[in-house]
Design a protein around this ligand. Sequence first.
Ligand code: BGP
Length: 463
Amino acid sequence: MDYQFSKDFLWGAASSGPQSEGSFPGDQKAEMEWDYWFKQAPELFYEGVGPSVASDFYHKYKEYAGLMKEIGMNSYRTSIQWSRLIKDCEGTVNPEGAAFYNAVIDELLSRGIEPILCLHHFDLPMYWVEKGGFENWETVEAFAAYAAQCFALFGDRVKRWITFNEPIVITEGGYLYQNHYPAVCDAKRAALVSYHLQLASSLAVKAFKKSGRDGQIGIVLNLTPTYCREPENEADKKSAETADLLFNKSFLDPSIKGEYPKALVELLKEEGICPETREEDLEVIRINTVDFLGVNYYHPRRVTRRSTPYTGPLMPEKYFEEYTYEGQKMNFSRGWEIYEPAIYEIAIHLRDNYGNIPWYISENGMGVQDEERFIGADGTVEDDYRIEFIRDHLIWLHKAIEEGCSCFGYHLWAPFDCWSWKNAYKNRYGMIRVDIKDHCRLSIKKSGRWFRETAGRGGFNKF
Ligand code: BGP
């Protein structure tokens, strides 16, 4: 086999609670930020589709698990919805929610699929949003208590936990670029939220150790390798370094090394937005580093020095401008560049600068609009572009592993089409098609068949 991966390699895919489950009468789920935002402003969501049904994983989890097995997955990451498991600020457990997650875990395990559970995927319950969300210290403590509850309820069977999915996106989406709730633009609040998210993550790690459960706990970060246009130009290089500091190192360093990069602290101080810290909290971060890392990789970031003076509210773009790389390969549906070698560069960077921490690709994928275009005569979505996308990324990942990088798996986003926040069902990511106009009818795409064969053989040959 030209590209052979290890026997225990994770072949799987990821989704999340809010993007797959839906919420239904009688499930006792509390409202979370996306339910609320959709109710307030449905026009912001593609074709007015909100999270209420999503992919109906709540009712169809057995069918989904069966199909996931059929496409060769040996592992599946999803997230527990805090708002489904816990009813209120007092931490009251919703028995329906607990029963649902127990059933999902058992179903997956019975099919030989390892459940990897994430504790937060952009979905803060409204009872905490109303108290200031992650700007409020109480939310941080409540997150740690909720995490401890999850370890107690499900830790006998779940062996890999994730504290947060893409915490930087919570900050940038909610407090800078306004594509997540509360959709404000305020760098000082953003910095505080980031710091509190890191503390919440570190406290969850601490709670996990205290729980005495076997297993490991990690964090999922979306790493965007940053390339500048003119690497020999000092100002250009600096623009890339600053973007890297803000978007990558701000969670990578405290989560893995237990401390913030000095340059980041200095920059925040210069801007007058550095949160106040307590020595005992920094100690929590120092001690409670993660066991492993999940890397979500979709696209690189290409920057150059500013050509015009920056005006407007404080934003990361004060320090750089993004530019289009001539000849870049694009996924036009999502507007994201496709650049496979970055996956190799991430791996080498983790090997050389982060102690070669064990990690896996926790998301990588290609969202395509109007996939109906590719339905063939027998009704299958012929998504050769997705097969090519996965294969080309795996080739670079394989090279990194050959060179000693500790990557233990590859998860595609997503096993099945799921609800994508404001983009709703615009772009389809799954290896399993979900026909949302026909009661979420499910069918395996061509990529699902390819994945089954690849995972089954533990790799693939050159074409
Ligand atoms: C990641 C998120 C996922 C998922 C994916 C695809 O950043 O963790 O939740 O949605 O991106 O992106 P999008 O849904 O914006 O197309």
